[in-house]
Design a binder for this molecule. Structure first.
Ligand code: HEM
Ligand code: HEM
Length: 228
């Protein structure tokens, strides 16, 4: 059997620059909430931009960047994990089946984190793409003042009014807490996936004797006939 060795350009600049930008932006966003809100929001926008580009690239990008190249069946993913556990080397030019599944999980979890972050930003500060427009806000103010005028006209007593205002404030607060909670859950789920991702990269680099991190930096991979 021949064993043709060659060097292939596997990861294009969109994938490579995108990946390392994502790494910086993700950790910046994760560690900057609260006191550094502006930086947090900007890092979050960078992650959002990365996601939009990467999803598009999954359909129109280079051969190994396409979803069709790294989405495998559950049995292939389990087979790949078994090979890793039994330390049987396996060689793929692009992502291996388990790596591909992790990429999909990371992209979904990042999408949920950014969507809930954008919603929270709108609910908390009325900023970002989900913020209500000035006209909508004006309509809201007008309808609230109309309600107040109508209420004043009624001979409703002060206790009832303050009870209702209290309820409205509580509903607002509950909405904010709901999105904050959800945003935090997805941010932490993504962090967990990131740990597993880095562990997976380390384990498969060791067992398959491949320098996966170097390939993600240079884009080039040395392959032979054993690669599929
Ligand atoms: C992958 C990207 C992101 C990560 C890892 C992330 C992570 C976090 C974490 C861990 C918190 C603290 C939650 C808590 O303790 O309750 C938080 C809060 C928050 N995030 Fe994000 N976030 C991301 C993207 C975004 C985006 C895109 C936006 C909106 C533009 C956003 C807006 C917010 C807001 C408004 C808060 C609440 C801050 C506060 O009131 O203390 N996040 N984020
Ligand atoms: C410093 C820590 C990290 C290292 C060393 C690392 C390394 C790698 C490597 C080597 C690959 C290619 C795997 C393969 O050959 O199949 C990869 C892919 C990927 N990693 Fe990471 N990673 C790190 C952190 C992260 C973080 C923090 C995220 C997400 C928040 C992430 C998301 C991804 C994604 C989405 C891909 C797929 C790339 C694509 O196809 O466009 N990585 N990573």
């Amino acid at each position: 059997m021949t064993n043709d060795k060659k060097t292939l350009r596997v990861w294009d600049p969109v994938v490579r620059i995108g990946h390392w930008t994502l790494v910086i932006a993700f950790f910046t966003a994760y560690f900057t909430e609260d006191d550094f809100m502006d930086l947090h929001v900007w890092a979050g926008y960078v992650v959002t931009a990365y996601l939009l580009i990467r999803i598009l690239w999954g359909f129109v990008g280079g051969k190994y960047a396409r979803f069709s190249n790294f989405i495998y069946s559950p049995s292939q993913i389990i087979g790949c994990l078994k090979n890793l556990i039994t330390r049987k080397p396996q060689h793929y030019i692009g992502h291996n089946p388990a790596g591909g599944a992790m990429v999909v999980a990371l992209l979904l979890s990042l999408a949920a984190t950014t969507l809930t972050g954008l919603k929270l930003y709108a609910v908390e500060d009325n900023k970002g793409p989900f913020a209500v427009s000035a006209t909508q806000a004006q309509t809201h103010i007008q309808s609230t003042s109309l309600i107040s005028v109508a209420n004043a006209a009624d001979d409703e007593d002060d206790d009832e009014k303050s009870e209702r205002n209290g309820n409205e404030r509580r509903i607002d607060k509950e909405g904010e807490e709901f999105w904050e909670e959800l945003h935090e859950v997805f941010a932490n789920l993504t962090l967990l996936l990131v740990f597993l991702h880095i562990l997976g990269v380390a384990v498969s680099s060791y067992i398959d004797k491949e320098k996966l991190v170097k390939v993600m930096l240079t884009g080039k991979k040395d392959v032979d006939d054993t690669y599929q």
